[in-house]
Design a protein around this ligand. Sequence first.
Ligand code: FAQ
Length: 314
Amino acid sequence: MDEQQKLQEFQDRIDAGEKIEPKDWMPERFRKQLVRMMSQHAHSEIIGMLPEGNWITRAPSLRRKLALLAKVQDEAGHGLYLYSGAETLGVSRDEMIDDLLSGKAKYSNIFNYPTQTWADIGVIGWLVDGAAIVNQTMLAKSSFGPYARANLRICKEESFHRKQGHEIIATMMKGTPAQRKMVQDAVNRWWWPTLMMFGPPDDNSPNSNELIRWKVKTKTNDELRQSFIDRTVEEAHDMGIEIPDPDLRYNEETKHWEIGEINFDELYRVVTGNGPMNKKRMAARRKAHEEGRWVREAAEAYAEKQKLKEKKAS
Ligand code: FAQ
């Protein structure tokens, strides 16, 4: 079969709703796009542990501390599913981590903002995990098998994360005026960056057309953003929270909430290393990587020793 026929057969399989598995033939560009997305997604989960990890020692009760510890640990697990999935495409974990630590690889914009109060932890669960679920429920139907399966599992865990965030916020909104103010202040700071998590608008999203043709993505950035806005605005109003957007209005005809203009310059600034916390996040990640070196070396030495033992025994 020549390249053109292979491409056609590949597209036919995708159009028929089949999953592409690691050993199947795939265009090099498909492989590259998947490595890009899956590694960025994995890095986001790992860097995403930092803003919340910052509050584990300051959680207001033992129950809250336990839930937050478990959530942050889950994010590490998500990183592992995704790195393992990406490895099936022939890229090594070391290469992906090197790209993150050298600043070559991107990770989600949202983790470059500071967590200033306890309300930020609730808002991350409610808004950030809420946005991640909308995006990842779509990715759980992705045409690449390992990515779809990783997202399916991630979404189940993220639903708990969203619930714990929502519960923190709903509890604080029933508390004192100072607690309600703290929630509103956190929403004011996290609302717009959360909307940016869905990526640039469709007419300025260089990867979308290709990813949609290959059913890696089945919905566009703007479609997903809108679906998040519609469900979240209603929840905010139910809890007595104001959305910090003077242009927000409900369109009776389309049955959608319409928002004001998103400052996408801020998104580009943050994802190219110039957000409020980029340097701190990368410094913390590099330090953790260095401090964990002896653990990786010890684990490798142990595995090597086990292999030798097995060889001797056989
Ligand atoms: N942040 O052409 P498009 C989580 C980049 S996990 C950074 O539209 P595409 C869990 C994009 O990479 C959250 N960069 O790109 C958690 C591209 O640059 P490149 C992470 C962004 O791929 C919760 C360029 O802009 N989730 O939250 C962003 O079609 C709580 C042009 O963009 C995923 O990674 C951004 N927001 O769509 C953990 C999901 N947006 O690579 C802890 C998988 C765009 O060409 C606590 N990824 N860029 O140099 C995706 O769904 C997609 O890749 C998008 C971007 C939607 C992020």
